[in-house]
Design a protein around this ligand. Structure first.
Ligand code: 5CA
Ligand code: ZN
Length: 412
């Protein structure tokens, strides 16, 4: 699948600090220490609706990871998926009497435009579930042969992963079983389905049903892939047995990331799958998580249509810490627009306080688990002193602008 078009990322003088990130599995901030190229897999959209500010915030968080790694001198290998076949897509298409493929194509195209406008560095591989089906089939057959998966005996052809084949299951989310069961039911699982060995066993392959699309599955029979195995197989195929960062919103910690890590680990025998399991907070509106099913969405494309500056949208989302669940408000956008205006005026000034000190400060803030609010405060202080006209370094304004561009993805 085509990715989107990236913008040039300027190089900064010197070298950035090693990035420290919060790892959900260890419940603490630890250094990322990529050995060779830094690798990251981020869970992308299910394209049944337009990109909302929650998706945008999550993509921006991982964009900062990539920027920090590049600044620290790493080559970055970044993969993102598109869940272009899954129940929610089929349900929405049926509701709107639309072809599910056309719906997926249209929303994916809009997502690409939104990402480009928000200056998100594109992944090297942007991969759909559908195009990955042959690889998924191969891996599900391996799991079956290996005794880590089983076919339900109800004639559906459905295949499940046996979580007892993953002895460390639960290490990532560390949730009590009762909570896992609740979350499984809420987030696409089927704990109450008869015939499963364990209520938490996730679906690997759904046998073909009348009226649903299906693909050849070799010895599995025709069907379509489950959700967690999609991300497991795409990540494994393009990045190898382990990744430095497995990322997404915190709504994916369980069951999605727990299960996809368990799949990869069982397939490779190497654990943990990710050096860091990184989860962005949920963006809400009026105190509720912004979600397609709740319908309380603010779309990036709607803001663009209203001629809102995408840099103001990016800045508004960066004004909160990526891990915090937080609410979108119109005030956030107004503040971001004012901020941008001040920064633009300051960057156009003939001189300012030390650009090197500003760069060092921003590097230091972002290296500390992406403290973007702290980085924004430093930019505010620099701009304030510049606009007061008391500083005299003529190289500072251009370095201020380049730092914002390279590390925060904000062009003035
Ligand atoms: N296709 C799957 C992942 S494999 C999926 O969750 N798709 S999604 O369209 O629902 O979400 C896309 C990405 O945005 C995921 O990383 C998800 O965790 C994140 N996300 C979804 N809703 C929000 C929200 N309200 N705030 C922040 N991030 C969100
Ligand atoms: Zn995923």
């Amino acid at each position: 699948m085509d990715s989107w078009v990236g913008h040039e990322v300027p190089r900064l003088p010197g070298r950035g600090a090693p990035l420290r990130l919060f790892d959900s599995a260890r419940q603490g901030v630890h250094p990322t220490d990529p050995d060779g190229p830094a690798t990251m897999y981020v869970c992308g959209i299910t394209p049944y609706d337009a990109t909302h500010l929650g998706h945008a915030a999550t993509m921006i968080a991982f964009d900062l990871v990539q920027r920090m790694w590049r600044d620290a001198g790493h080559e970055v290998r970044y993969v993102q998926n598109v869940t272009d076949i899954d129940d929610p897509l089929l349900e929405r298409a049926a509701r709107d009497r639309e072809d599910w493929k056309v719906l997926a194509m249209r929303e994916t195209a809009l997502f690409r435009e939104d990402m480009e406008a928000l200056r998100i560095i594109p992944p090297a591989h942007y991969v759909g579930a559908v195009e990955s089906i042959p690889d998924i089939v191969e891996k599900v057959l391996v799991l079956l042969k290996d005794g880590a998966a089983y076919r339900l005996e109800d004639g559906t052809g459905d295949v499940y992963f046996d979580i007892s084949a993953a002895p460390r299951f639960g290490y990532e989310s560390q949730l009590p079983r009762a909570r896992m069961r609740e979350l499984s039911a809420e987030r696409g699982g089927d704990p109450d389905r008869a015939g499963k060995r364990d209520p938490l066993d996730p679906l690997l392959w759904r046998g073909a049903r009348d009226g649903e699309p299906s693909w050849p599955g070799g010895d599995l029979g025709p069907g379509r892939p489950g959700w967690h195995i999609e991300c497991a197989v795409i990540a494994l195929g393009l990045l190898g047995a382990t990744v430095d960062v497995q990322g997404g919103g915190n709504d994916l910690l369980f069951p999605h990331h727990e299960c996809s890590a368990a799949h990869v680990e069982r397939l490779t025998g190497v654990a943990p799958f990710a050096g860091h399991y990184v989860h962005a907070g949920m963006i809400g509106l009026d105190g509720e998580k912004m979600s397609k099913s709740r319908g309380n969405l603010v779309f990036v494309s709607r803001l663009r249509a209203d001629k809102v500056d995408p840099m103001a949208v990016r800045l508004a989302l960066l004004s909160g810490h990526y891990r915090a669940d937080r609410s979108w408000t119109d005030d956030l956008l107004v503040t971001a627009e004012q901020r941008l205006d001040r920064w633009r005026r300051a960057a156009a000034a003939p001189a300012g306080p030390s650009g090197e000190a500003f760069l060092a400060g921003v590097r230091e803030r972002l290296a500390d688990d992406l403290d973007s609010p702290g980085a924004l405060r430093l930019a505010d202080e620099w701009a304030e002193r510049t606009l007061a006209g008391t500083a005299d370094d003529p190289t500072a304004p251009p370095l201020f602008a380049t730092t914002l561009d390279a590390l925060l993805g904000i062009t003035l």
